[in-house]
Design a protein around this ligand. Structure first.
Ligand code: GSH
Length: 268
């Protein structure tokens, strides 16, 4: 089997990004070789702007032999077209899969907003560890030294205010209720009763709340502990139990390896 280091696809992620987890999981499940480069917040911005060429700094970005694709729905479309047919992206079901995925993508920022709102201040040391886990010593020193400013900027960027957090909580609850309404008839999967990118998207986007044990960040007992109070309203709901079941049944191994970014070698 091809080693991750030799793969012709490189996935730029944050270890804790739920949108990145969606793509990582799709690649892992499809046994498509790739190498994963985990970026450090702040230091991801210039490379993401350069690679994405869309005026956006978001990850994940998939670097192929020819170009870089930014934005997880666009990456799924590229995989369906260029690496298909994939069992998780069957051409006949793509419209339905996109519809379901959009519902969960739409609360991605709410999930992040809600989690950071509940951990800034109380779990700052844990956040610093997560943000510096793949940093060079110089980057780590910068993140730690500038943390109060970065946290302030992050709060502004994510609109972390009491009103927006309350709205986030409502929007997350609505999507959880929608998921439970779908699962009510006993179905195991969201589209055509077979495991697809719709389930991967739903489970990945809710993973920060469900804390499945397989996830390297959200499965860490230290994370679940630091977020326990914030996620308590949802943690044992049927939708979150379903997320953990989907992880148990389908997550499998993380095969991308984790490589530290070497900015001078980033391909644009
Ligand atoms: N629509 C994008 C959203 C991705 C996104 O918001 N990623 C977050 C991490 S979960 C990010 O990169 N934030 C840093 C930034 O915006 O610079 C996608 O689906 O890929």
């Amino acid at each position: 089997m091809m080693d991750a280091a030799q793969a012709d696809l490189t996935l730029y992620t944050f270890a804790m990004s739920h949108y990145s987890e969606k793509i990582r999981w799709t690649l892992d499940h499809s046994r498509i070789p790739y190498r994963e480069v985990c970026m450090t917040p702040v230091f991801h911005m210039l490379p993401a702007l350069r690679m994405g060429r869309r005026g956006q700094t978001t990850l994940p970005i998939l670097q192929t032999a020819h170009w870089a694709i930014q934005d997880s729905p666009r990456i799924l479309d590229w995989l369906a077209q260029h690496r298909g047919p994939l069992s998780t992206l069957p051409p006949a079901d793509m419209t339905q899969i996109r519809e379901v995925a959009q519902r969960f993508d739409a609360i991605g920022k709410d999930v992040a907003r809600f989690l950071y709102a509940n951990s800034f201040g109380s779990a700052d040391e844990h956040i610093k560890q997560l943000w510096t886990a793949h940093a060079t010593p110089g980057q780590a020193a910068f993140i730690r030294g500038a943390y109060p400013f970065i946290r302030w900027a992050f709060k502004r960027k994510l609109h972390i205010t009491p009103r927006r957090c309350q709205l986030a909580q409502q929007r997350i609850t609505q999507v959880i209720e929608w998921l439970e309404s779908q699962l009510q008839d006993g179905r195991a999967y969201l589209v055509q009763d077979r495991f697809s990118a719709a389930d991967i998207t739903a489970a990945s986007l809710l993973a920060p709340i469900a804390c499945p044990r397989q996830h390297p960040v959200y499965g860490d007992p230290a994370f679940a502990h630091s977020m326990a109070a914030a996620i308590a309203p949802w943690r044992d709901r049927p939708a979150l139990q379903w997320v953990r079941l989907v992880y148990d049944r389908h997550r499998g191994a993380f095969s991308g390896g984790v490589f530290s970014p070497q900015p001078q070698r980033l391909r644009a």
